[in-house]
Design a protein around this ligand. Structure first.
Ligand SMILES: C[S@@+](CC[C@H](N)C(=O)[O-])C[C@H]1O[C@@H](n2cnc3c(N)ncnc32)[C@H](O)[C@@H]1O
Length: 244
């Protein structure tokens, strides 16, 4: 990798980390408010879709870019499996650790780590998840390769991310809300207008449902499928690491 590309990537990472550090204390409130609590339903669906992988005896799952830990908690509550959350933004992780406390069993370790270079060995998890994290990475492809690398053979990956609404009229309406209304409300409540302008911007640059499914297949996932959520505002992509 060239020095210039390296510098651009670390600049991107620094900006994203600082941005989430700046909104960490308001992140949950805004998530639930701006989505009308729909985000909670989406995360529960991830846990449901991974139920089989999480019920294997001694199952371990990694929640990448876990932020304030809502998906890690949903996975733990739904399964009783050992969940580990990882993120590169300490203030987000601190909130996650406070929320989880000792209320879940087994306890969830929240580990500082970069999704582009996960601090875990190859083939060590029965399931991996990433919710609203992939679009923030400087390379979606490298992020997918890392998810694949840490997954055991036969393990399952679940990617929850904003996507492209499928019905044209609804798409235009949602675009209006997402690009005009949401940045204003998010900016005022979080005190960081930039973060909520970045949100629709990062979604518009992210691959749509079909493209992301194709990228997953390209890095080696099989049985790739996706489900549109709330008309395609978000999508849940699932895939498996093949057994050799
Ligand atoms: C929109 S939040 C999503 C948090 C959580 N998964 C959820 O569902 O609410 C995105 C998270 O991705 C994290 N993130 C972005 N780039 C990352 C990277 N390269 N490595 C680790 N975490 C990253 C941010 O720190 C932030 O906590």
């Amino acid at each position: 990798m060239t020095d210039k590309r390296n510098a651009t990537e670390s600049e991107h990472a620094r900006r994203v980390r600082d941005m989430f550090a700046g909104i960490a204390s308001r992140y949950d409130l805004l998530n639930h408010l701006l989505s009308g609590n729909t985000d909670k339903r989406w995360r529960r669906l991830v846990a449901k879709k991974l139920q089989a992988a999480l019920s294997i005896k001694g199952a371990r799952a990694l929640d990448v870019a876990c932020g304030t830990g809502d998906l890690s908690l949903a996975l733990a509550k739904a399964s009783g499996a050992q969940i580990i959350g990882t993120d590169f933004c300490r203030p987000m992780l601190e909130i996650a650790a406070r929320k989880a406390g000792t209320n879940v069993s087994p306890e969830i370790p929240f580990v500082e780590g970069d999704a582009l270079k996960l601090p875990f060995t190859d083939e060590s998890f029965d399931a991996v998840t990433i919710a609203f994290g992939l679009r923030n990475l400087s390379s979606v492809e490298t992020g997918l390769k890392e998810l694949f690398r840490v997954l055991k053979q036969g393990g399952r990956a679940a990617i929850l991310e904003f996507s492209r609404p499928v019905v044209p009229g609804f798409r235009s309406l949602f675009q209006l809300y997402f690009t005009r209304v949401l940045p204003k409300i998010g900016g005022v409540i979080s005190g960081s207008p930039g973060a909520y302008e970045y949100l629709p911007d990062s979604v518009s640059r992210f691959p749509d449902q079909k493209r992301l499914a194709a990228m997953m297949a390209d890095v080696g996932f099989i049985e790739v499928e996706y489900k549109n959520l709330t008309g395609g505002i978000a999508a849940l992509h699932l895939g498996m690491r093949p057994r050799s």
